[in-house]
Design a protein around this ligand. Structure first.
Ligand SMILES: *[C@@H]1O[C@H](CO)[C@@H](O)[C@H](O)[C@H]1NC(C)=O
Length: 243
C-alpha cells in the first residue's frame, strides 16, 4: 500500500492515475456483478426447490386449491428470477468486455492468476531463444508449467488451434546436460509432470505436445511458443501492446 501519493507531473502520468481509478471501479463493479449473479442463482435454486416440494407433495392425492395457487406463484417468481439471471449475466459480460476491466492485455489469455500468450496468431515461428526474447519484451517469460492443472490449461488452448505440433515452453538443460530447469529456476525433477523425452546432447530446449508430454528438441528449431506472466491487477496494461 502506497501511503505517500506523489503528484502526477506529466500528462501521461495523469492519465495513468485516471486509468488506475477506472480500474478500481471496474474491480468494484465486477465484484458487485458477480455477487448479484450468485444471489440470483441462489434465489433461483431455492425457488426451484420449493416448487419441486410442491409438486412432490402427496402424489396421488388432490392438491388443495391453496397449494396449487402457491405453486403457481412460486413458478411465476422462478421465471422472473430467470429473467434477472439473464440481465445480470449480461451486465457481467458488459463489464468484462471493457478493456480496462480485462484481466490480461489484449490477446493474452487469463487463467488461474497468470496471463498466457500463444504465438499462434503471429504466423511466425522462432528459435527457442528468440521465443524467450519475445516473451521478455512483453514482461513475460516462456511458460513455466507448475502443475498438471496448468498443463491442462495449455493443452486445452492448444486444442482450440489448428493442429499444432509443439510449443516452446520455458524449460531447458542448456546450462548442464540432463539437468532440466524451468525459467523460474525450479529443477524439472521436482515436478510431478512427465519426464522430458528424447533428451540428447543436441536437444537442450523443451517443447510441449498436444497430449501434454514434454520433448527435448534442438534449440535451433523454429516453432510457435507460449509466454506467461503473473497477472497483476495493479499494473495498468495497454490493450494494444501486441498490435
Ligand atoms: C539465438 O541464437 C542464435 C544462434 O543459435 C543467434 O544467432 C541469435 O542471435 C540468438 N538470438 C537471441 C535473441 O538471443
Amino acid at each position: 500500500m502506497e501511503l505517500v501519493q506523489s503528484r502526477p507531473e506529466s500528462c501521461s502520468e495523469l492519465r495513468a492515475h485516471a486509468d488506475g481509478g477506472h480500474r478500481e471501479q471496474c474491480w468494484l463493479s465486477r465484484r458487485v456483478a458477480i455477487f448479484l449473479l450468485i444471489a440470483v442463482l441462489v434465489k433461483g435454486l431455492l425457488l426451484a426447490l420449493v416448487l419441486s416440494l410442491f409438486n412432490m407433495a402427496a402424489p396421488g392425492t388432490e392438491q388443495s386449491a391453496g397449494d396449487a395457487g402457491k405453486a403457481a406463484e412460486v413458478a411465476g417468481q422462478l421465471s422472473e428470477c430467470r429473467a434477472e439471471l439473464r440481465a445480470t449475466s449480461l451486465l457481467l459480460h458488459r463489464i468484462s468486455q471493457d478493456w480496462q476491466c480485462q484481466l490480461c492485455p489484449g490477446g493474452w489469455l487469463w487463467s488461474r492468476g497468470s496471463c498466457y500468450y500463444f504465438s499462434v496468431g503471429l504466423q511466425e515461428d522462432r528459435r527457442w531463444n528468440e521465443s524467450a526474447a519475445f516473451c521478455q519484451q512483453h514482461d513475460a517469460h516462456l511458460a513455466v508449467i507448475g502443475d498438471h492443472r496448468e498443463m491442462e490449461v495449455i493443452q486445452a488452448q492448444m486444442g482450440t488451434y489448428e493442429p499444432m505440433a509443439f510449443l516452446w515452453v520455458g524449460l531447458t538443460d542448456s546450462l548442464e546436460e540432463g539437468q532440466w530447469m524451468w525459467e523460474d529456476g525450479q529443477p524439472h525433477q521436482d515436478h510431478t509432470l512427465s519426464e522430458v523425452q528424447w533428451n540428447s546432447e543436441e536437444r537442450d530446449c523443451a517443447d510441449i505436445r498436444g497430449d501434454g508430454s514434454l520433448f527435448a528438441s534442438n534449440c535451433e528449431a523454429h516453432g510457435p511458443w507460449v509466454c506467461e506472466k503473473p497477472w497483476n491487477p495493479r499494473k495498468p496494461s495497454s490493450p494494444a501492446s501486441l498490435a
